[in-house]
Design a protein around this ligand. Structure first.
Ligand code: ATP
Length: 947
């Protein structure tokens, strides 16, 4: 009845489970060692092998020989040797095992008390093995056949009683005969191979694993195995088993209510019934021929088994020779692995087998010391695994939450203090990160300001000094090519703002990505950075920059250290962080003090240790003294000019001829030197004629800005050039006209100039408007020719809309562009060699700028906004690299003012650091309208105002 119900249930189970095909299966192979990966979620606990001894009764042959029984079970677990023979005195008097069974114990009892628990663990997903070990004819087969049947009956009964789970049973059987593995369910006697599966261990290849349909089916299979097993007659046993037999029942089960759910997991385990061949002595069995050979193999494999057990009983140190026999190889998991194991050692009580019995007891004694670690084997579907892991995570999270609650709640405790410290630490880290940003920003700001001021007040006071040939006093006042190049291709930004710097950084990053030649990279750097590179003495600017760098570094280090401290959970972190903050504050203060405007210190010009030409910038604060020093050495060739010139002389110069005006664009007008006073290579003229023509000289009735400036500068003796042996020095002198309008020019004159210009414009607004348009178109044209950055163009275009006061800016921009164009055109002139190189490389810079804009487009605008812009700019939405296409279209149709305006608006939107209407005109390097901005000490205020 049980089997009938079970049969029906298992059929259903079988089809149901297999139909999913999601779980691992051992079908088609016989696994000698369950894979560790099959191990489920219940970690195995170490458990000793269960060892029982069974004494059989004296058999007829033994009785016939009047043999006596020397063994007696004095308790359920103690066996004594009761022989009084002298040679037995060395044996222990008593042996204790988990269970001992005397001759009167039936197999049922043996099973119940020595094997049942182990056997039934298979239905709970735990592997199990039941051995019968003993000498030949001791009753192993007799015991195991009974134990197997009882166990299977109990398993079937369990299945019947546990309807909530569905089971699949599979059966396989092998024998190891003369070290050959044979499938007992197959009629093919060919030996099977053992395979080493990295995941599942030793596997018998091509072994039949028969799904059990019902009890009768199982009985049939048993019958097949019995018929197939090698049996032979020996002197001791008429039906002696000549092979080791291993019957395996695999039980898989899953909960019925999980079948339709995600949480589908299957328990799977195997129960091995191992009936070993008996150890035998040839002298006793009188084996010869085949039997002798069989006995030899049997003994050898049993010897290996004994060795393995003995080694295992002493711990798992050293090599365990599992692989020395197929028996131990296959049973490796049962011998100390993932399985519960019970060994029933059978003994003959006869005195004639005392020695063999003693060996059996020795084996049993070792076996009981061997531990296994059985686990519940759960095979899960991926879904079930995920589900389970999620549950585990939830559980752990809950646990953490509970711990956190218990930690923060309640009375004041050390844990509470730690939490408060951690919170405080987080705040400090946050604060320091802000400070780092602020310091970095201040550093960039200060450095940029220094750049602009140095460029304006000391624009022409740049030295090139060659250490070996020129003394400091003899050093000529020449401008740095680097500076000029910077002027041309970098957006002049005497009053930078944060976003502008970020944009510059972005462009520099692009340059780095593009592997710009080093020279170009350095070109984009400012003058101050040239100084330390040239190994000159420390200047305020370099000092400040260094200080700021160090500050940022200190701050970063602080953050890192803080994080480390957090990691180690230091309780001193609070104090350390406070100290760090104080240090940072001090550094900020020193940074402020190190400003040349607050310290009042100037450049200390020292000789370069390098033999290379170097460039030095000198703030105007120190310039007077330097000038005085240099006046003493005028005899060197370059005469100081017009040192006594005054503003009053300017009108005379205005009245000079056109030729002289042209010269005014040359360095002579600034420095007071004539062309003839310069080395040929030092003179860089501009095509004033062209300029006059093209801009429709509008200073017919008013003072030319440049002339005025040149005159003032001359009168003010702002610059002196000393004649130098140019060929020896290889230095050049190039002065850019736009540079001749310094911020440091007398502010009254600047205001006058603007007033003058404004007056002129105000007198004829229509005329000014036309001029503005002409200027602007010319500027746009020159921007393109000179490859001026689009950002500069855009801001300039949007900023100067025709206000009369814009006149000055347009004028200067125009002059600057002509100068760039003119100097670039002198391709064979070594004086401008660097500039030409820069000029030719400027299209690359423009390309990089377009790439940057394309990137900004993707970064700043939403997909929808981008698509609208693409459509507006006639870029197909299904084309590739639309952003680059768009960037490539910017500032291309230069005669179309609408295009130019839209390009400008888009560029500004993408850069987005200052709204054009709020952008200061000082952004373009001039400040005629707010002289106070140039006052020393006010630079920080100016910066702040611009931000
Ligand atoms: N406990 C027992 N009670 C009664 N008879 C037993 C008992 N144990 C074994 N026998 C009998 O002893 C004989 C030998 O037993 P069995 O074949 O099981 O020994 P074995 O250890 O398997 O020997 P082998 O190693 O040679 O196969 C059998 O005839 C069996 O019926």
């Amino acid at each position: 009845m049980l089997l009938g119900k079970t049969t029906k249930k298992m059929s259903v189970v079988s089809s149901t489970v297999r139909g999913r095909g999601e779980r691992r299966s051992v079908l088609g192979s016989w696994v000698g060692e369950e894979s560790a990966s099959m191990a489920g979620d219940v970690a195995g606990e170490s458990e000793k092998i269960h060892v029982a001894i069974r004494l059989r009764p004296l058999n007829d042959k033994e009785k016939a020989k009047n043999d006596v029984s020397d063994w007696e079970c004095i308790s359920s677990n103690t066996l004594i040797f009761k022989s009084s023979m002298p040679d037995r005195s060395m044996l222990p008097a008593a042996f204790t095992f988990d269970r001992v069974f005397g001759p009167d114990s039936g197999t049922k009892q043996v099973y119940e008390e020595a094997a049942k628990e182990v056997a039934l663990s298979v239905v709970t997903g735990v592997n199990a093995s039941i051995f019968a070990y003993g000498q030949t004819s001791s009753g192993k087969t007799y015991t195991m056949s009974g134990v197997t049947k009882y166990a299977l009956a109990d398993i079937f009964d369990y299945i019947y009683k546990n309807q909530e789970r569905e089971f699949v049973l599979k059966f396989s059987a092998i024998e190891i005969y003369n070290e050959a593995v044979r499938d007992l369910l197959s009629s093919d006697p060919s030996p099977l191979r053992l395979l080493d599966d990295p995941e599942r261990g030793t596997v018998v290849d091509k072994l039949i694993e028969e799904p059990i349909e019902d009890w009768n089916h199982l009985q049939e299979l048993f019958s097949i195995c019995e018929a197939q097993r090698h049996i032979g007659e020996t002197a001791l046993n008429e039906f002696s088993s000549r092979s080791h037999q291993i019957l395996r029942l695999t039980v898989e089960s899953c909960a019925r209510d999980n079948l339709g759910a995600e949480n589908l997991s299957t328990l799977t385990a195997s129960l091995n019934f191992i009936d070993l061949a008996g150890s035998e002595r040839a002298s006793q069995t009188w084996s010869t021929g085949t039997r002798l050979k069989e006995g030899s193999h049997i003994n050898r494999s049993l010897l290996t088994l004994g060795t393995v057990i003995r080694k295992l009983s002493k711990g798992r140190n050293g090599h365990i020779p599992y692989r020395e026999s197929k028996l131990t190889r296959i049973l490796q998991n049962s011998l100390g692995g993932n399985a519960k194991t019970a060994i029933i050692c059978t003994m003959s009580p006869a005195r004639c087998h005392a020695e063999q019995s003693r060996n059996t007891l020795g084996f049993a004694s070792c076996a009981k010391e061997v531990s296994t670690s059985a686990q519940v084997n759960v095979v899960m579907t991926d879904k079930a695994l995920v589900k389970q892991l999620q549950r585990e995570i939830s559980r752990l999270e809950g646990q953490l939450e509970r711990q956190a609650k218990s930690s923060f709640g309640g009375t004041v405790s050390k844990t509470n203090d730690t939490a408060a410290l951690l919170r405080e630490k987080d705040l400090l880290i946050e604060q320091m990160e802000k400070e780092i940003k602020e310091l970095t920003w201040q550093r960039d700001l200060a450095q940029s300001h220094i750049d602009s001021l140095l460029k304006s007040v000391g624009e022409d006071r740049l030295f090139r000094v060659e250490e070996n040939s020129v003394s400091e006093a003899d050093a000529g006042l020449v401008r740095s090519n680097t500076e000029r190049e910077y002027d041309q291709f970098s957006m002049p930004s005497p009053v930078p703002n944060r976003q502008l710097l970020e944009t510059q950084a972005s462009l520099e990053a692009y340059s780095l990505q593009e592997e710009i030649p080093q020279r170009n990279t350095s070109e984009s750097e400012n003058i101050c950075r040239d100084v330390p590179c040239a190994e000159m003495g420390e200047t305020p600017s370099t000092k400040m920059a260094t200080t700021a760098d160090e500050t940022a570094e200190v701050a970063l280090t602080t953050i890192e250290e803080t994080k480390e401290l957090c990691d180690v959970g230091s309780y001193d972190i609070h104090e350390i962080l406070k100290r760090r903050v104080q240090e940072l504050q001090k550094t900020i203060e020193s940074l402020n003090q190190s400003s040349p405007f607050s310290s009042g210190k100037g450049v200390s010009l020292t000789r370069s240790k390098s033999k290379k030409v170097v460039v030095v910038t000198i703030p105007s604060a120190l310039w007077s003294k330097k000038e005085e020093d240099e006046e003493d050495s005028e005899e060197d060739g370059c005469n100081a000019r017009d040192s006594s010139a005054t503003d009053e002389e300017i009108p005379e110069r205005r009245g000079n001829s056109k030729e002289e005006d042209n010269k005014g664009l040359k360095m002579e007008h600034e420095s007071g030197m004539k062309d003839s006073d310069y080395p040929e290579s030092c003179v860089v003229g501009t095509k004033e004629d062209e300029i006059i023509k093209e801009i429709d000289v509008h200073f017919d009735d008013t003072t030319s800005v440049l002339d005025s400036v040149a005159g003032w500068k001359k009168g003010k003796k702002m610059m002196k050039h000393q004649k130098q042996p140019t060929r020896e020095l290889g230095v050049i002198s190039v002065v850019e006209p736009s540079r001749r309008i310094p911020e440091a020019m007398p502010t009254t004159r600047a205001r006058d100039l603007v007033s003058e210009t404004n007056r002129s414009s105000n007198q004829s607004p229509a005329n000014w408007s036309q001029k503005f348009e002409r200027y602007r178109r010319k500027i746009i044209e020159l921007w393109a020719k000179c490859n001026i950055p689009l950002v500069h163009r855009s801001y300039f275009f949007l900023l100067f809309k025709g206000d009369p006061s814009d006149n000055v800016y347009l004028e200067v921009e125009l002059r600057r562009l002509y100068f760039i164009k003119d100097t670039a055109a002198r391709g064979n002139n070594p004086v401008v060699d660097t500039q030409i190189a820069t000029y030719t490389s400027s299209p690359k810079l423009l390309n990089r700028e377009r790439m940057m804009l394309a990137k900004q487009l993707q970064k700043k605008l939403s997909r929808k906004e981008r698509e609208e812009i693409y459509l507006k700019w006639n870029i197909e939405l299904d084309t590739k690299q639309r952003a680059l296409q768009l960037a490539g279209k910017l500032w291309t149709d230069l005669r179309n003012m609408r295009h130019v305006r839209e390009s400008s608006i888009l560029v500004v939107k993408l850069i987005g650091f200052v709204e054009p209407q709020y952008a200061p005109k000082e952004l373009f390097g001039l400040n005629f309208l707010n002289p106070s901005a140039n006052q020393k000490g006010s630079w920080r205020d100016n910066m702040s105002a611009l931000l």
